[in-house]
Write a protein that binds this ligand. Structure first.
Ligand SMILES: NC(=O)c1ccc[n+]([C@@H]2O[C@H](COP(=O)([O-])OP(=O)(O)OC[C@H]3O[C@@H](n4cnc5c(N)ncnc54)[C@H](OP(=O)(O)O)[C@@H]3O)[C@@H](O)[C@H]2O)c1
Length: 254
């Protein structure tokens, strides 16, 4: 990426803000699209390079697509569109309303942003589409729609990359496979959790190098490799020994 301007879709999260900070420090002008643009206005004003904020609605592609096109028209020389939207939730009863919401944001909204970005870069003749994805997409999981949506995202990006290659277009597609940082935070795992500025640094590094796929942080590559390798009868029974039953059996032994 040799960006003079970039668009970040889903710019309100802590990680998005840190990425924005680091890109801005490189002199990249930014358009920051957020659910509630007002909530990040002050942050944008403090960035070293010019940054504007815009509202966007990911739930409805009929609104989202013209919104993204309008932002594009206001910017000059956009070289990167970074998609960092995501919705994840777990409920043991799997209520459809929740599944539907995840699919709307992580599948339909995601595809609408990437499709529009590709079309805009195709017209321009050059560009980079990057998405913060998750290693959760490598296998199914109990957050059923979320895992499936991340698999969709991975395939969608691979398809776009193939499409660009066939059209002989210099459009780079970067799939940033983030580790399960939320889970690591919940389990207070120092080994697997990294400070947000380090996570953002590795993301920005991958963007600048125009990588096709990268694991962030790097050590999650090992988890990804193991996740893909495990046969389902092991993958699916990882948690069969519940902590409680372990405690019971150890007290029984004493
Ligand atoms: N955090 C992790 O541990 C982790 C791990 C692996 C992968 N990931 C993936 O990495 C990406 C970024 O994650 P993150 O932790 O930086 O942020 P996040 O909390 O997952 O949210 C990402 C962004 O999506 C936006 N968003 C969610 N629902 C929306 C909706 N209905 N309309 C508009 N915007 C919506 C959020 O905006 P608002 O907050 O304004 O609603 C936020 O800016 C996601 O795709 C996530 O799945 C995260």
């Amino acid at each position: 990426m040799s960006a003079t301007s970039a668009i970040i879709v889903g710019a309100s999260s802590m990680l998005s803000k840190e990425i924005a900070r680091q890109l801005s420090a490189e002199g990249v002008a930014l358009a920051l699209l957020a659910h509630d643009a007002e909530s990040i206005r002050e942050f944008a004003e403090e960035l070293p390079a010019p940054a504007k904020v815009y509202d966007f609605t990911i739930e409805d592609p009929q609104i989202l697509i013209p919104q993204l096109e309008a932002v594009w028209r206001e910017m000059t020389d956009v070289r990167l569109i970074l998609v960092n939207t995501g919705l994840n939730s777990y409920h043991p009863e799997l209520p459809w309303a929740l599944e539907q919401e995840i699919i709307e944001v992580d599948v339909r909204g995601f595809a609408a942003v990437c499709n529009t970005a590709f079309r805009l870069f195709q017209k321009q003749g050059v560009g980079q589409i990057a998405a913060i994805n998750s290693i959760a997409g490598l296998r199914g999981g109990p957050s059923v729609a979320f895992h499936a949506a991340k698999a969709f995202a991975q395939n969608y990006l691979e398809g776009l990359s193939m499409h660009a290659q066939r059209l002989k277009l210099p459009i780079t597609i970067t799939d940033i496979q983030l580790g399960l940082l939320d889970k690591a935070a919940l389990q207070r795992s120092r080994l697997w959790l990294s400070p947000v500025d380090e996570v953002a640094r590795q993301v920005v590094d991958a963007l600048l190098k125009g990588k096709r796929r990268v694991y962030v942080t790097k050590r999650w590559r090992l988890v990804a490799w193991l996740t893909k390798l495990l046969p389902e009868y092991i993958y699916n029974t990882r948690h069969w020994k519940k902590k409680k039953s372990k405690e019971v059996s150890s007290t029984e032994q004493h």
